[in-house]
Design a protein around this ligand. Structure first.
Ligand code: ADP
Ligand code: ASP
Ligand code: MG
Length: 496
């Protein structure tokens, strides 16, 4: 078999027929190079948000609001399918979308029927939900999975029509997870076995497998048939994770994450438009950036790649010639102190103060037991003799957590906080680096600092409203004269 490459296309890379055509061109390029692509696609841009909004509307009893959203989604998918699958010849002979479906290929008719059937089923669920008024995580996953289920079917069909030998594989057959809806944990061994069964045979026959990202399934212990399979999802942005799981499961030669920017940049280009592309970065550095909020990569993406030492490339589907970012186990030495700056928003700081616990051991354990009980991950911790401050993702369990903590100590919590995280190699070994960081943001109020926990990460907590200002100041301080070995300085010169 040719060398396998997993190619993941995000929402903007499949947002409409034009984007899907571009995607087909990129996949064709890989096949022409002698590679066998396994394609993982997200839902079309914004579809996941809209499905969640429809589910939420139905959950609070707003039946017509929910159905209005799905009506728009239904026509968007049908129109995209039609534009994709009707040949240029037919388009020229006819005037409207409705006209040309009359003389379109049978594959389009089949696809349109199945899109309608899916939306009919969804509407029925939403009507039921609006009547009952209770949205469970399991139903939410079933609803939201529709975005990837539809995009992957449509794209597989479009690939077939364009001579790429597309074949759709329902990702839920391969991505087996536990039953934690909304953030399910994959089962690597099961996934590997399922990929061998459902994906590799197609690949070895030269077909281009297309599967949806983000979605998986939980096999109930007593399941006997496919209809006992329960749909799960891997968490927002989880299609990157699917790509990595597939890449790890089939021992791919590379995992390509195709998105709407040139690669991992020195910070989010929406905040700093002149951010530079990072040419090469280590697995470890990329994982820290992703965990601390760089949306370009889902935080779990790196692990399966590290396990099998598979390079991950972040590439731009709107600018496929650009070489993107290469994430590998050992990145070359960088002269600049940092590679990139990320921000993680929507955090809450919890202050726990207990003078009566002064010097007593077991105090931290008691506090962490509370977080453990509520399955709440802590990002940063800072302690003094009688107080502990912790940061967590803002979540609906906070009042319960605070109630449990208040049995131990006085508790205060405050939301709308953010962590800024600077990532670079050997931060610990660089004298004066903290002074430079905090001097650059001296006008910003810093609530908590963490340095030294990791060699490659320095982070601090500020108000959410200060994020953009802090990032701009830090970027100006640290990326004024970037190392040309690591950063794409040519792009900046060309833009001038
Ligand atoms: P996709 O839909 O392709 O998965 P995402 O929207 O999830 O794309 O991620 C791409 C976005 O991530 C970019 O448009 C950019 O605004 C944002 N981003 C945040 N931090 C970074 C960074 N350090 N480098 C590149 N992009 C970043
Ligand atoms: N469609 C999902 C989301 O928007 C997964 C992804 O795009 O990665 O979160
Ligand atoms: Mg994403």
């Amino acid at each position: 078999m040719n060398k396998l490459v997993v190619m993941k296309f995000g929402g903007t890379s499949v947002e409409d027929a034009v984007a899907i055509n571009r995607t087909a061109g990129i996949v064709r390029g890989r096949i022409e190079k002698g590679l066998t692509p396994i394609v993982v696609v997200s839902a079309m841009a914004k579809v996941t948000d809209q499905l969640l909004a429809a589910a939420a509307a139905a959950g609070r009893g707003d039946r017509s609001g929910a159905l209005a959203i799905t009506a728009r989604l239904r026509s968007r998918h049908k129109e995209t399918a039609t534009v994709l699958l009707v040949s240029e010849e037919v388009k020229q002979q006819t005037q409207t979308v409705v006209d040309h479906t009359q003389i379109a290929p049978p594959e389009l008719a089949t696809l349109l029927i199945s899109i309608d059937a899916e939306f009919d089923g969804l509407d029925e669920v939403l009507r039921g939900l609006a009547a009952v008024g209770e949205l469970t995580p399991r139903i939410s996953d079933m609803i939201v999975s529709m975005g990837e289920r539809l995009s992957s079917r449509m794209i597989a069909e479009a690939f077939s029509q364009r001579g790429l030998n597309g074949v759709h594989v329902d990702a839920r057959k391969c991505i087996i997870t536990d039953n934690q809806h909304g953030k399910a944990i994959p089962d690597d061994a099961m996934i590997e076995a399922r990929l061998k069964e459902h994906v590799l045979p197609h690949a070895s026959e030269g077909r281009t497998v297309v599967m949806g990202g983000f979605i998986g399934s939980y096999v109930a212990p007593n399941a006997v048939a496919d209809d006992k399979i329960i749909t799960t999802t891997l968490g927002r942005g989880g299609s990157d994770f699917t790509a990595a799981l597939v890449g790890g499961g089939i021992d791919a030669g590379a995992i390509e994450i195709w998105t709407d920017v040139n690669g991992i940049m020195t910070t989010d280009p929406r905040i700093v438009p002149e951010a530079l592309r990072v040419k090469t970065i280590s697995f470890e550095e990329a994982a820290e950036l992703a965990y601390f909020g760089a949306k370009v990569l889902h935080p779990a993406t790196i692990l399966p790649a590290v396990k099998k030492n598979i390079p991950v490339l972040v590439l731009n589907s709107r600018n496929p010639e650009n070489e993107g970012t290469r994430i590998i186990s050992l990145a070359p030495h960088c002269q600049s102190p940092f590679k990139s700056i990320a921000a993680k928003r929507k955090l809450t700081i919890i202050d726990v103060v207990a003078s009566r616990m002064l010097m007593s051991h077991g105090y931290l354990k008691a506090i962490f037991d509370v977080f453990d009980k509520h399955k709440c991950a802590v990002d940063m911790v800072s302690t003094s003799e009688v107080s502990v401050s912790l940061t967590v993702d803002s979540n609906e369990k906070l009042p319960d957590i605070a109630a449990d903590l208040s049995k131990l100590a006085d508790v205060k919590y405050e939301g709308r906080k953010a962590l800024i995280c600077l990532v670079g190699e050997n931060i610990r070994g660089q004298n004066g680096i903290s002074a430079r960081v905090f001097n650059a943001i001296k006008h910003v109020n810093v609530r908590m600092i963490s340095q030294g926990a990791s060699e490659i990460n320095m982070s601090f907590m500020i108000e959410e409203d200060d994020v953009e200002e802090a990032i701009r100041s830090l970027h100006a301080e640290f990326f004024a004269s970037p190392d040309p070995e690591i950063f794409d300085v040519e792009a900046v010169k060309a833009a001038r």
